[in-house]
Design a protein around this ligand. Structure first.
Ligand code: NAD
Ligand code: ZN
Length: 354
């Protein structure tokens, strides 16, 4: 169990395997006060894991099934959830359960944050990436003018991470989620990074996967405890995301997943960190070769020229006054924020393409 203690609220992240019933029985203090329970999920998750969820969940609930993945983070779907809750006569004492990946978690959290000015919710993540998104209280939907632009900081009452739900994840989602685990290792612990890279991401045993997810969650929990609203150290979680977001946006949020794009961004940041003496070429290459062996699509970079990526990087909401700011490493495990000029960004972009 990991305790997340933010300034606004403290809660537990429970880890286990096929332990949904047991986990929710242990959360009776939270569920006891709920007059009704509403499960928000998406169609892929519900198709793959709905029967297992229904068989194991110990309390009566109503379910609302959203379109799969990112499509659920829209105004229309947000509105549809609120309508569903109102028609079902949900009250301020009702409890929402977000059963799905980061998309369902972000949407459900925002629904919970705003329904009747805020009702409690519990995250039940079903992806690897969600070890990151389920903790920390960032909730959001997308706007046509930008991803995650409408949202709130709103912490869950608890997170129940049942590793058994991950069994049906498609390969691309394993890859996508493991990027954030590797990112957490890069900003915190070189020995753990080497441990992660000693095996294929597709071959971890349940115990190994659970161990890595707990370590990743702990890194995230420590950071959000110190800085809930991204005034300082929470920025470190953006390692790889400036360049990664640019690749993701340039690809039109199409074939490349978030984590695949961010893996390219992580290598970009390692190369940039080299320029400031933070990491060695050998360290960069060991992460790069490992990621290549795990089928991360580095060829994708060739599809976009630097100017296109630069324009996306300059639009990134984390760029202050058009300046390019990157999270870099002063060594593996030690992130810091660095302003970088465009010429140097381009130099490293050239290196990445070699
Ligand atoms: P996702 O929720 O879109 O899930 C990926 C795909 O896998 C979807 O098609 C989904 O339906 C399917 N799926 C999920 N679980 C499954 C399972 N167990 N079996 C079979 N299919 C399954 O993607 P994600 O990678 O979990 O999350 C991405 C989202 O998270 C993005 O919207 C991103 O903005 C958000 N995010 C939020 C935070 C945060 O702090 N709130 C952090 C990182 C990312
Ligand atoms: Zn990310």
């Amino acid at each position: 169990m990991i305790r997340v203690a933010t300034a606004s609220h403290a809660y537990n992240v429970l880890f286990g395997h096929s332990f949904l019933r047991e986990a929710f029985e242990s959360l009776a203090d939270i569920t006891r006060t709920a007059d009704r329970i509403f499960v928000l999920t998406d169609e892929n998750v519900w198709k793959a894991q709905g029967d297992t969820f229904t068989a194991a969940f110990p309390l009566p609930f109503e379910v609302y099934v959203l379109p799969g993945g990112e499509a659920c983070k829209s105004f229309d779907q947000y509105n549809a959830c609120q309508t569903f809750l109102l028609q079902q006569r949900a009250t301020r004492k009702s409890l929402i359960i977000a059963f799905g990946g980061g998309a369902v978690g972000d949407l459900s959290g925002f629904v919970a944050a705003t329904f009747m000015r805020g009702i409690p919710f519990i995250q039940v993540p079903t992806t690897i990436l969600a070890h990151d998104s389920a903790v920390g209280g960032k909730t959001a939907i997308n706007h046509p003018l930008g991803k995650n632009m409408i949202g709130a900081f709103y912490q869950p009452q608890a997170v129940v991470y049942d590793i058994a739900f991950l069994k049906t994840l498609p390969e691309q989602e394993i890859r996508s989620g493991m990027t954030e685990v590797i990112k957490h290792a890069l900003i915190s612990d070189e020995a753990w990074l080497n441990e992660l890279m000693s095996r294929s991401i597709y071959d971890y045993s349940d115990d190994e996967l659970s161990h890595h997810l707990q370590k990743g969650t702990q890194v995230k929990a420590n950071i959000v405890a110190e800085d809930e609203t991204e005034q300082s150290v929470r920025k470190y979680l953006n390692l790889g995301h400036t360049y990664g977001h640019a690749i993701e946006a340039a690809s039109g949020y199409g074939n490349l997943s978030h984590g695949e794009s961010v893996m390219i961004g992580l290598i970009y940041c390692l190369l940039l960190s080299e320029q400031y003496g933070g990491v060695t070429r050998e360290q960069t290459m060991s992460v790069y070769r490992y990621a290549q062996s795990q089928r991360y699509p580095f060829d994708a970079v060739a599809k976009f020229d630097f100017e296109t990526l630069l324009s996306y990087m300059q639009k990134d909401k984390k760029a202050e006054y058009g300046e390019l700011q990157f999270v870099l490493l002063s060594k593996i495990g030690e992130p810091y924020v660095q302003k970088v000029d465009v010429a140097q960004c381009q130099e490293v972009d050239v290196l990445l393409r070699q």
